[in-house]
Design a protein around this ligand. Structure first.
Ligand SMILES: NC(=O)c1ccc[n+]([C@@H]2O[C@H](COP(=O)([O-])OP(=O)(O)OC[C@H]3O[C@@H](n4cnc5c(N)ncnc54)[C@H](OP(=O)(O)O)[C@@H]3O)[C@@H](O)[C@H]2O)c1
Length: 342
């Protein structure tokens, strides 16, 4: 089978290769899944560059999300049956034509949901869901501040806010993103290009500061949000977009203002999906993934706009996903049925 492999860390376009590797054997409790589509997420590129929170033993394939069809099951497996369309939870190595994984890491896809929507139903939707519904445990009427609010995760948070009736303060860096936020029901918008974040937050919270925030920018912006947390407020830092494609170590720091942090007794906490997943009972992760698939299927959540590339055109795909894809998610197509590639 074909697999995108890296044998050393480095720039994805230089170190990734499309290789022919043997199909792995099946053990009890496992399934062999033919991968149809797998997205290119920022975390995949971080892993290939050697700067992700988990680095596999090399050679390895990137990829931690996708949709596929069960082709065979190992001894003693009750289900899913051969032919079932599934998505993966807590699974690595998805940038290949076939993967073998434990059946409890597979969640069936509802019939009405198309392959691209299913392929992007795990990493970002579950991140948005877990940050808001699990770790922050937001209730109806609670307020949440989010940075990079027009990002893929940010837009999912906005849609979950409509479902679960929490309210959002949305920080963006370009005014033309305000329409996206408003159309998705965002309550407040702060654009750092032409507004003072602190002054606006102080006005919105009557000087108290925000109680709950999620931040995927870090750097100076993340630090400024932390400086505006309410007493005992909590900010979850789940990304560092300000450091993407940077090599200067100074760009990876977040200059927290110590007196404010001390006297507000605020919490600034890192948050990472794979660690959250491992901290939960697998049945709950599967249930949350199923719930998100149902929401995507019913239209309660909108999947991202996508662009597909055949796996043989991976170099163009990783280049596009590294900044130029804009609001589109880039998907790698591993299906032998090329009609699935537009
Ligand atoms: N911790 C976890 O487990 C986890 C899980 C999922 C995602 N993430 C992280 O979450 C982040 C967002 O992922 P995504 O897939 O939603 O990203 P995305 O769809 O590619 O969106 C990026 C967005 O962020 C904005 N942005 C980029 N750099 C910025 C900066 N320096 N300051 C302010 N805004 C900036 C962009 O605005 P412009 O249009 O102005 O460029 C764009 O709206 C990534 O860092 C990703 O690695 C983490």
């Amino acid at each position: 089978m074909k697999a995108l492999i890296f044998r050393e860390t480095g720039e994805p376009k230089s170190v990734l290769n499309l290789a022919e590797i043997p199909t792995p054997p099946l053990a009890p409790g496992e399934a062999l899944v033919r991968v149809l589509l797998s997205p290119i997420n920022p975390s995949d590129q971080h892993m290939v560059r050697g700067r992700y929170g988990y680095q596999p033993e090399l050679p390895a394939s990137p990829g931690a999300e996708g949709v596929g069809i069960v082709e065979a099951v190992g001894p003693g497996v009750q289900g899913p049956s051969v032919g079932t369309r599934v998505v993966f939870v807590d699974t690595w190595n998805t940038w290949r034509e076939q993967i073998v994984c434990p059946v409890d890491r597979l969640v069936p896809v509802p019939d009405g949901l198309d392959d691209p929507a299913a392929a992007t139903s795990y990493t970002n939707p579950l991140t948005a869901w877990a940050l808001t519904r699990s770790t922050h445990n937001l209730k109806e009427g609670d307020w949440l501040l989010q940075t990079a609010a027009a990002s893929s995760v940010g837009k999912l948070v906005l849609q979950l806010a409509q479902q679960y009736r929490f309210k959002t303060i949305n920080v963006i860096r370009r005014r033309d993103q305000e329409t996206i936020i408003r159309n998705l029901g965002g309550n407040e918008v702060i654009c750092t290009a032409d507004e003072d974040l602190k002054a606006h937050l102080q006005a919105l919270t009557a000087g108290k500061g925000v109680e709950r925030a999620i931040d995927c920018v870090a750097g100076e912006l993340g630090a400024e949000v932390a400086r505006n947390l309410a007493p005992a407020g909590t900010m979850l830092v789940y990304g560092a977009l300000s450091s993407h494609r940077q090599t200067d170590p100074a760009k990876f720091t977040m200059p927290l203002f110590a007196p404010r942090l001390i006297y507000s007794t605020a919490t600034v906490r890192g948050w990472w999906l794979p660690r959250w997943v491992r901290s939960q009972p697998l049945a709950e992760v599967r249930a949350a993934t199923s719930e998100l698939l149902t929401m995507l299927s019913s239209g309660a959540l909108t999947p991202p706009a996508i662009v597909q590339y055949s796996c043989k055109d991976f170099q163009e795909a990783v280049r596009l996903a590294d900044g130029e894809a804009g609001q589109q998610k880039v998907l790698l197509n591993f299906s032998k049925d090329r009609s699935r590639v537009p």
